[in-house]
Design a protein around this ligand. Structure first.
Ligand code: HSE
Length: 299
């Protein structure tokens, strides 16, 4: 028995919500084909699209780890074979590792008759994140699994809830062909936050939630600010400040680093603006002789 499943890219942090906010986009998405085997053990049969860079050892591959943890949890005596079709670039800040593990979990859960809900699959996907970058954050895996905009209110115990988004909110992703390792981008962050910055961040986090729920697009735009991670991480993204300016000039509500970068996201209130914003952002990378891809989706 085989099942094909896919899981989408995600924007983690959404500027102010480091490790607590994330949303899913329509594309790109990773795909897997998972086959149940009578022999126990998980095997990665093939990975297509990674130029041979991801580990074929299931215990070191995010899709493999997720399936191993799932099979352990349901006490299955069967095994699985995974073929992974990698459509998300590695180290892109679009939740590449998360999309692979979520797609694999959706497939293996389906093959077993869906014994677990999507929320119950979360811990297995978080374990994969730990393997991928040393930290079991949920702000990519949760939206990739659940769809939409997700808040991780707490990690211990895990408390995840969806935030409704207004119709007509569009996300532009511009992915420059550079790689940043999440593990490295986490290591450069400071361990403490001055109270003044914490107050700014709290205001923006609350503002973004209220803006999404009211909805109030002006408030969403004003809240897309990050005084914690962005000032440190943005130096790793060529032209970041300029690109942000150009995105807003082209009509975006706001703009920031997607996850740990280097992809930059922007939010807009219609598809045509989101497209224009993407072109304006891409033009900046092109000026810097950097190739980039643009993805636009309604969120
Ligand atoms: N919240 C995580 C980080 C997301 O910014 O490190 C990584 O994609």
């Amino acid at each position: 028995k085989s099942v094909r499943a896919s899981a989408p890219a995600t924007v983690a942090n959404v500027s102010c919500g480091f490790d607590i906010f994330g949303f899913a986009v329509a594309s790109p998405a990773d795909e897997v084909v998972v086959t149940l085997t009578d022999k126990p053990g998980v095997v990665i049969r093939e990975i297509v699209g990674d130029d041979g860079r991801l580990p074929l050892d299931a215990s070191r591959n995010t899709s493999g780890v997720a399936v191993i943890e799932f099979l352990k949890a349901i006490k299955s005596e069967q095994g699985a074979e995974i073929t992974l079709y990698k459509h998300l670039a590695l180290g892109s800040g679009m939740g590449s590792s998360a999309a692979s593990s979520v797609a694999a979990l959706v497939a293996i859960n389906h093959l077993h008759g869906e014994p677990l809900s999507r929320k119950e699959l979360l811990p297995f996907a978080m374990e994969s994140e730990r393997i991928a970058c040393g930290s079991a954050h949920a702000d990519n895996v949760a939206p990739s699994l659940l769809g939409g905009f997700v808040l991780i209110r707490g990690y211990d115990p895990l408390d995840v809830t969806s935030i409704p988004t207004p119709a007509g909110l569009f996300c532009t992703l511009v992915h420059p062909h550079l790689e940043l390792k999440t593990e490295d981008s986490r290591r450069v962050l400071k361990a403490t936050i001055p109270i003044k910055d914490a107050i700014t961040q709290w205001g923006n986090i609350a503002g973004l939630v209220v803006g999404l729920m009211k909805p109030d697009f002006g408030l969403i735009g004003r809240s897309l600010k990050d005084v914690v991670a962005e000032p440190i991480r943005s130096v790793l993204i060529p032209g970041f400040d300029r690109i942000k300016e150009e995105a807003v000039k082209a009509g975006a509500l706001g703009c920031g680093i997607s996850g740990s970068g280097p992809t930059i996201f922007a939010l807009s209130t219609d598809a045509a603006t989101a497209q224009r914003v993407g072109e304006a952002m891409q033009a900046q990378f092109t000026d810097l002789k950097l190739k980039s891809d643009v993805f636009v989706s309604e969120i």
